[in-house]
Design a protein. Structure first.
Length: 243
């Protein structure tokens, strides 16, 4: 069954750009088919609609708290990441509607366009799920701690980002050998760090989490949290290290 997989590195506010990556998968093979770098709700939804039109099976994986009913404080799933991933330095920032009203708004807009918030890899359906790259990278790459390319000096971030690019290239070879990578993705995995390069690279990894989930029909994934208070889709701890 053919599926369109879309990874979104979603900005919490509308002034920054969103990284978006598109993958096509036919059950055995697939390809990275492009990227987008929209700004704000209107541009993001336009970029998604253009690709989604006419597609029956779509899985969108978003790095942002798309289910976040609490106005203040933090979600139970965010606290859970602190218990599960504190040793790996991969816990979530506290999410609430005061800090990040945009991600739940995007989820509601997608629901108006036929998407369902959830995580079931169901053919013929359009689904949007939350993912969190830091712990997913720890599991997918088989590393003891996160790749620290988000904080620190520019020199430190560039060094860690080069490390991330190498880990991603290896991950693509070992875990997704049937996935063809387009010229833009090849460039992203070699380019010097900049914020636009980072955002689109994050989107590529979000799409790979979705591909892993779809490829193995959820059998090698883990969902923490719940649909009511917030959830995160991850590669399973004992499975991501395998092929």
């Amino acid at each position: 069954m053919k599926v369109l997989l879309i990874g979104v590195d979603l900005a919490w506010g509308e002034k920054k750009h969103d990284g978006v990556c598109f993958l096509d998968w036919d059950g055995r093979n697939g390809s990275v088919t492009g990227f987008a770098y929209p700004q704000g709700d209107r541009e993001l939804l336009a970029a998604l609609r253009e690709r989604v039109e006419g597609r029956k099976s779509v899985l969108v994986t978003v790095d942002a708290p798309i289910v976040c009913p609490n106005r203040t404080g933090t979600r139970p799933v965010d606290r859970l990441t602190h218990r599960m991933f504190h040793r790996e330095h991969a816990a979530c920032h506290p999410a609430n509607l005061t800090k990040c009203p945009r991600p739940p708004r995007i989820a509601r807009l997608l629901e108006k366009h036929g998407f369902k918030v959830g995580w079931q890899p169901t053919p013929g359906k359009k689904t949007v799920a939350e993912v969190y790259p830091h712990p997913a990278m720890v599991r997918m790459f088989g590393i003891p701690r996160i790749v620290k390319y988000k904080k620190g000096s520019v020199v430190e971030r560039r060094k860690e980002f080069r490390r991330l690019q190498g880990l991603l290239r290896r991950c693509l070879r070992e875990k997704f050998p049937g996935l063809r990578v387009d010229s833009e993705a090849v460039a992203l995995l070699r380019d010097r760090w900049s914020k636009p390069v980072e955002d689109r690279t994050d989107a590529l990894f979000c799409a790979l989490i979705g591909l892993w989930h779809w490829k193995h029909q959820g059998k090698r994934s883990e969902v923490i949290g719940d649909r009511k208070t917030g959830f995160i889709l991850l590669p399973a701890e004992d499975e991501a290290g395998g092929r």
